[in-house]
Design a protein around this ligand. Structure first.
Ligand code: UT7
Length: 323
C-alpha cells in the first residue's frame, strides 16, 4: 500500500478586466503583431484597483472547494505560491484561510516565482506522504500588473493577473505508475542567474520595485531546462513523453511551449495552451491552465499530466501526476 496525493478539485479566477494587445500600442512602441508573433499572447486580465492577490486566490479556492464538494474546514493546509503577496507579512495564504472561514490547520506561502506552483505541489505531496496533512489546497495567485514598468515594452506586454487552485487528498494506491495522484517531481534552482529575471526592489531596499528581464537569455535557459526537468521527473517513475496525455506548461511564451513539447516528442494536440488568453501569470499559470484544461474537456480522470515551469532565480521544475 502506497499513499498518493490525489486531485479532488480544481478551480480558477480571472479578474474581469481584459486587456487586448492593442491597448499597449497607445503607450509604448509595440504592436499587436509583434506581441502575438514573439510570445503568442493576445490578451491578459488585470486586477481592478484595490483587488489583491489574496482576493484572487480566495475566489479560485472557493471554486476548487465547490468542485471537490468540500468545506474549508475539511482542509488541513493551504499552500499559496506567489511573488506578489498583499503584504510583506502575514503570508497571503493565511488571509485566504480567514476569507474561506477555515478555523483549523495551517497556511503559508511559497516563493519560487514562475516555478512557484510546481514547488508548492511538491511541498504538498511531501506533507501528504509524511502524514503531516491529509488534504492540502495548493494555490497559485499573482497580481504581476503591480510589478510592471509601464515604460518597458520588453516586459509590460507579457504579464497578467489571475489565480488557480487544486485540492489534493491522501488516498491509497498500488505503488506503481498507474496510480492516480502525484507520481514524481524534480526541483532545481541556480542563484547565479539572478540578474536574468528579478524585481529591483523589496523590503530591505525600501521600494516595491519593477520586474526586470533579459528575455532572450531566459528564453534560452527555458528551452533547454524545461524538457530536461520534465524528462528527469518522468524518468523517476519509468515513463517517457510517449506516455504523457497532457503537458500543462508554465504559460510564458508559445514558442517556449512548442519547443519544449518538440524536445519531449509530444505533439501540440497534447499540450494545454492558455497563454493567448492569460499572458504570463507567473505562479498562477499552471493551476489556471489545469482548471481551464479540465473545463474545456481536455483533461480527464486517469490522464497522465506533466507540469513544468521556470522563472526568476532561476528556479525550475516539473511534476508528474495522474489526474
Ligand atoms: O515566466 C518567466 C520566464 N519568462 C520567460 O520565459 C520569457 C522568456 N523570453 C521571451 O519570452 C522572449 O525572449 C520575449 C517575448 C521576451 C522577447 O522575444 P525575443 O524573440 O527574444 O525578442 P528579443 O528580446 O530578442 O527582441 C527582439 C527585438 C529587439 O529589437 P532589436 O534589438 O532587434 O532592434 C527588441 O528591442 O524586439 C524588440 N522588442 C519589441 N518590439 C516591439 C522588445 N519588446 C518589444 C515589444 N514590441 N513589446
Amino acid at each position: 500500500m502506497t499513499i498518493r496525493a490525489v486531485v479532488k478539485g480544481v478551480g480558477h479566477y480571472l479578474p474581469e478586466r481584459v486587456v487586448p494587445n492593442s491597448e499597449f500600442e497607445a503607450t509604448v512602441d509595440t504592436s499587436d503583431e509583434w506581441i502575438r508573433a514573439r510570445s503568442g499572447i493576445e490578451r491578459r486580465h488585470f486586477a481592478a484597483e484595490g483587488q489583491t492577490t489574496s482576493d484572487l486566490a480566495t475566489r479560485a479556492a472557493q471554486a476548487a472547494l465547490k468542485d471537490a464538494g468540500m468545506e474549508a474546514d475539511d482542509l488541513d493546509a493551504i499552500i499559496l505560491a506567489t511573488s506578489t503577496a498583499d503584504f510583506t507579512f502575514p503570508a497571503a495564504a493565511t488571509m485566504v484561510q480567514a476569507n474561506l472561514g477555515m478555523t483549523r490547520g495551517f497556511a503559508f506561502d511559497v516563493q519560487a516565482v514562475c516555478a512557484g506552483f510546481v514547488f508548492a505541489l511538491a511541498n504538498a505531496n511531501g506533507m501528504i506522504l509524511s502524514g503531516q496533512a491529509r488534504r492540502v489546497m495548493v494555490i497559485g495567485a499573482e497580481t504581476f500588473s503591480q510589478l510592471m514598468d509601464w515604460n518597458d515594452r520588453s516586459t509590460c506586454v507579457l504579464f497578467g493577473d489571475g489565480a488557480g487552485a487544486l485540492i489534493l487528498e491522501a488516498q491509497e494506491g498500488e505503488g506503481d505508475n498507474a496510480d492516480r495522484g502525484i507520481l514524481a517531481s524534480d526541483l532545481n534552482s541556480d542563484g547565479r542567474h539572478r540578474e536574468l529575471l528579478y524585481v529591483d526592489g523589496g523590503v530591505s531596499t525600501k521600494s516595491t520595485g519593477h520586474l526586470r528581464m533579459q528575455g532572450r537569455e531566459v528564453f534560452r535557459h527555458a528551452v533547454e531546462k524545461l524538457a530536461q526537468t520534465a524528462h528527469a521527473a518522468l524518468d523517476k517513475v519509468g515513463l517517457t513523453g510517449g506516455d504523457v496525455n497532457w503537458i500543462v506548461p508554465h504559460q510564458a511564451n508559445l514558442r517556449i511551449i512548442t519547443a519544449t513539447a518538440q524536445r519531449m516528442q509530444v505533439p501540440m494536440e497534447r499540450v494545454v495552451v492558455t497563454v493567448q488568453d492569460h499572458g504570463n501569470t507567473s505562479a498562477a499559470s499552471i493551476p489556471l491552465a489545469l482548471s481551464v484544461g479540465r473545463a474545456r474537456g481536455q483533461i480527464k480522470q486517469g490522464d497522465l499530466i506533466v507540469t513544468e515551469a521556470i522563472g526568476g532565480g532561476l528556479a525550475w521544475g516539473a511534476v508528474v501526476l495522474r489526474w
